[in-house]
Design a protein around this ligand. Structure first.
Ligand SMILES: Cc1ncc(C[n+]2csc(CCOP(=O)(O)OP(=O)(O)O)c2C)c(N)n1
Ligand SMILES: [Mg+2]
Length: 419
């Protein structure tokens, strides 16, 4: 018998199902109907969550009803608070995007379409818990009453009232008392930091948990996998959030490994209880976040949650998504708009109305505008109001060493700064 010549080997390179001019085929998402996914007890062993890592936890159905075992017990007042937080986040983003175009800010990143994830998650956390966010979780701050929009805007404008004194890129907030760890531009390190913080909390016998954040693209970094190993081995009290918004700048999520499996399935493989959840469904986000938080708080170990959502806007102000995907892609995304979905639910409950929605929109618009006016009164990038030069010598050492004292004196002599 003649031997068949060996097959030439080839690699598989995933391709997105949509391109400019070609509408995306979203069937790759493998959605489950609302209410279909089961809700296991919080002490379920990780291996028993396998089916939930491949299906999709959803609560809100197409009519805006809350259905199935994940429907959370929640007061309409808290849902209204959540709705307003999402609306405020969207308005804040829209205004800051314009401010960047007006050159008042050097750079901006919106979370358009992803607002439910941060705004609902924050309702499942307690004071003292610590989030290790990426640049797309501004909703964690905007959902809180104790964080000033003016301070956030001053950080974006790098003006003298910037609490971070111009030392961070715009958007890279740091507000410890609000449970918001300093954002780093280096992707994925949030995950190991969060797991380490959670382990320290347990070592101290504290009661605070950590919440780690990462995007679909950044899961391809080694830090993600290191974090999963430590979280699993020591049962660290941490929630591991993977925000799958379908893109990492222009790169489709399949390139980071979301084509033949799910990001949630990474957790199960590492011995971590995992869920894949509709990230545009405020109620599902709240229910899954509570489940994971209770698990972490009860020494039952970490949980990984893949939030399925869509990055409706550009990656950042330096990006133009119409170059690599259909410009109207978001309008076809099957999980819809998180604000519209919660609004529909509240109206169905008779706890909200179109008129109330419109009034809230106007009120929040005025609030964001007033904050912007106040922030701009401290200066923007346009008028060159930056933190004083001598501030770069501050907060570095407890006692300023001799060489820095010399440099500061030199600066004073040359530029007339106060020492
Ligand atoms: C270690 C590292 N590699 C690359 C980059 C450049 N970079 C910034 S954002 C980004 C895409 C991240 O995508 P994803 O993790 O999906 O998060 P998303 O922006 O979609 O929220 C890349 C590659 C970086 N900041 N850090
Ligand atoms: Mg992404």
């Amino acid at each position: 018998m003649k031997k068949r010549p060996p097959l030439p080997l080839r690699l598989h390179v995933p391709e997105p199902s949509g391109r400019p001019g070609h509408p995306t085929d979203f069937s790759y998402l493998h959605l489950s109907p609302a209410g279909a996914a089961r809700r296991p007890p919080v002490n379920t062993p990780p291996v028993k969550t396998e089916d939930l890592a491949y299906s999709l936890v959803r609560v809100l159905d197409d009519e805006g009803r809350a259905v199935g075992p994940w429907a959370p017990k929640v007061e309409p007042a808290d849902l209204i608070r959540g709705l307003r937080a999402m609306m405020k986040t969207r308005l804040f983003d829209a205004r800051m995007l314009i401010a960047q175009r007006q050159k008042k800010i050097s750079f901006y990143m919106q979370c358009l379409g992803e607002e439910a994830i941060a705004c609902a998650h924050t309702q499942a956390l307690q004071p003292g818990d610590m989030c290790f966010p990426t640049y797309r979780q501004q909703g964690l701050l905007l959902a809180r009453d104790d964080v000033s929009m003016v301070d956030m805007m001053c950080q974006l404008m790098s003006n003298p009232r910037d609490p971070l004194k111009g030392r961070q890129l715009p958007v890279m907030y740091s507000i410890k008392r609000a449970g918001f760890f300093s954002i780093a531009g280096n992707l994925a390190n949030q995950f190991i930091q969060a797991v380490g913080w959670a382990m320290a909390s347990a070592i101290k016998g504290d009661t605070k948990i950590a919440s780690a954040w990462i995007g679909d693209g950044a899961t391809a970094e080694a830090d993600f996998h290191t974090a999963l190993t430590f979280a699993h081995v020591y049962r660290a009290p941490v929630i591991l959030n993977v925000v799958n918004n379908q893109y990492a700048i222009s790169t489709f999520q399949a390139i980071a490994g979301g084509e033949a499996t799910t990001f949630a399935a990474r957790g199960v493989g590492c011995g971590i209880a995992s869920l894949r959840v509709d990230g545009n469904d405020f109620l599902a986000v709240l229910a899954a976040s509570r489940w994971a938080a209770e698990r972490a708080r009860s020494n039952l170990g970490p949980a990984l949650i893949e939030w399925v959502t869509y990055r409706a806007g550009a990656h950042s102000t330096s990006d133009d998504p119409s170059r690599y995907r259909p410009a109207d892609d978001w309008t076809r995304f099957p999980l819809g708009d998180p604000i519209a979905r919660l609004k529909q639910h509240l109206i169905a409950l008779k706890a909200w109305s179109d008129a109330q929605h419109e009034a809230a929109q106007k009120e929040l618009e005025a609030e964001v505008l007033a904050a912007q006016k106040e922030a701009e009164s401290h200066g923007t990038l346009l008028d060159g109001h930056i933190p004083p030069l001598e501030s770069m010598f501050q907060d570095v050492y407890q006692e300023m060493p001799a060489h820095l004292k010399r440099q500061l004196a030199q600066l004073e002599a040359e530029h007339g700064v106060r020492s």
